[in-house]
Design a binder for this molecule. Sequence first.
Ligand SMILES: C[S@@+](CC[C@H](N)C(=O)[O-])C[C@H]1O[C@@H](n2cnc3c(N)ncnc32)[C@H](O)[C@@H]1O
Length: 195
Amino acid sequence: MILQKAKVLISTVMGWDIPIENHERRLLEQEIMPYFASQIDVKKVLFVGCGSYTKHYQKIFARQEYWTIDINPLKRVYGAKHHIVDSMSNLGNYFQPQELDLIICNGVFGWGLNEREAVESAFSASYNCLRDRGILLIGWDDVPEHKPFALETLDSITKFQPYHFPPLNTWRYNNPHDSEDHHYYDFYQKRANRE
Ligand SMILES: C[S@@+](CC[C@H](N)C(=O)[O-])C[C@H]1O[C@@H](n2cnc3c(N)ncnc32)[C@H](O)[C@@H]1O
């Protein structure tokens, strides 16, 4: 126990990887991200919000140009080679319209990105920076302390269309085998110009 705590402490200070092992992480790391990493038209990826347990994600996207962003400057140590210290609301200052193929925003809405105006700006900027048919994945927790409001009430979200994620056969996934699991993955797609 003491050894384990010491390992976590040292790894945190050193900025080493400490993967989390649970259903939602396994799904993200072993199904969702590898699926997108294998797609030929996914070339530029942005991952929002960093931690010791997300550092190794750059290995999954080794074939892509992989970017990270976190508002907290201390998280830079867990970021990718291409890392931005700023709010997701200001994405437009860093990427051109149509520049990104995939944005993964897991555990950020309700975990710091909370104010309606900031969330609207973040998802609206995501829409602009994604290419046509690009994907925004939002991982969120359906518990009052981490759900400031329903995502569907955002104007910025209604611009997207739900994306039916083939491996899970749905656009919104929650573990059906565990009533205690309140984590959801929502897949949104930017409409093509004439859709
Ligand atoms: C609970 S952690 C989630 C980390 C990771 N994305 C994951 O998959 O678990 C939330 C992270 O989001 C960052 N964050 C909060 N608000 C943000 C914002 N507006 N823009 C960018 N990052 C933000 C925090 O600094 C923190 O590192």
